[in-house]
Design a protein around this ligand. Structure first.
Ligand code: CA
Length: 233
C-alpha cells in the first residue's frame, strides 16, 4: 500500500510519514499543492492524505483537478478544527473522508484501512453486505436470511453510509451533512430518529448487526458475535 501525504507543515508531514511507514505503508511526502497534484496524478497511490491550506494550490483545487483528470484514488482530507465550512466545500468536490486536526494516530490509521477496504465495494454498490445483512440498492430492501424489510429513502441512505464506513465511527455531524445537506435546518435529533427506525428494523429482522452509539461521537455498525463470543442468530 502506497500513501501520498500532501501537507506543508514539515514536522506534521514527517510525523505522518513515520507513522505510516511504522505501520507497513510506503509513504511519500509533498509540501505544496502543485507538486502534490503532479505526484497524485501518477496513479500509483492507494490513498492520498490532503491538507486544505497549502502553498501554490490549495487542497480543494488539488482534489478537483485530480477528479477531473479521472483519478479515483480515495482522498482523506485533513482540516483544521476552525475550517468547518471547508468540510462542506470538500463534500461537493469528491473528498472521501475528513479528519479534523489534531487527530489521533489510531483514528488516522483506521480511516486509511477503511478507505482502502471500501474500494472494491464501490464497484458494486447494488448490493452491500455486512454480518448477516444484505442491502439492495434497486429495491431499498434490507434483508437477513429469509426476512426482509423495505427502507425509506433516508433510512436506506443512512444504512448505506454505515455499511460503507463499517469500521469507522460516523459522527452525527457527518450523517447530518451527508443526508440532509448543510443548508437544511435538520438537527442532531433527525439523525437519532432515523437511527432508532433502523434499530427497530434490525430487531425485526433478528439480525446480529447492531448500531452502536459511541457517546459524544456518533455511530458505528457492529455484529453481536464480535462482542459476545459464541453468540449467534
Ligand atoms: Ca497547511
Amino acid at each position: 500500500m502506497r500513501v501520498l501525504v500532501i501537507e506543508d507543515e514539515v514536522r506534521l508531514a514527517a510525523t505522518l510519514q513515520d507513522l505510516l511507514e511504522l505501520n507497513g505503508y510506503t509513504a511519500d511526502v509533498r509540501h505544496d499543492g502543485e507538486s502534490g497534484l503532479d505526484e497524485a496524478l501518477t496513479g500509483i497511490y492507494d490513498v492520498i492524505l490532503l491538507d486544505v491550506m497549502l502553498p501554490r494550490l490549495d487542497g480543494f483545487t488539488v482534489l478537483r483537478r485530480l477528479r477531473e483528470a479521472g483519478g479515483s484514488v480515495p482522498v482523506l482530507m485533513l482540516t483544521a478544527r476552525s475550517e468547518i465550512s471547508d468540510r462542506v466545500e470538500g463534500l461537493d468536490r469528491g473528498a472521501d473522508y475528513y479528519l479534523t486536526k489534531p487527530f489521533d494516530p489510531k483514528e488516522l490509521l483506521a480511516c486509511i484501512r477503511a478507505l482502502t477496504r471500501r474500494q472494491p465495494e464501490l464497484r458494486n454498490l447494488d448490493l452491500l453486505e455486512f454480518g448477516d445483512l444484505r442491502l439492495e440498492k434497486n429495491s431499498f430492501a434490507l434483508s437477513c436470511g429469509e426476512r426482509s424489510v423495505r427502507l425509506s429513502r433516508k433510512e436506506f441512505d443512512m444504512m448505506e453510509l454505515l455499511m460503507l464506513n463499517r469500521n469507522l465511527v460516523l459522527t452525527k455531524e457527518s450523517l447530518l451533512l451527508k443526508l440532509w445537506g448543510y443548508e437544511s435546518d435538520a438537527e442532531d435529533n433527525n439523525v437519532e430518529v432515523y437511527i432508532s427506525f433502523l434499530r427497530k428494523k434490525l430487531t425485526h429482522l433478528h439480525s446480529c448487526v447492531k448500531i452502536r452509539t459511541i457517546r459524544m461521537v456518533g455511530y458505528c455498525l457492529e455484529t453481536e458475535e464480535a462482542g459476545k463470543p459464541g453468540g449467534k442468530d
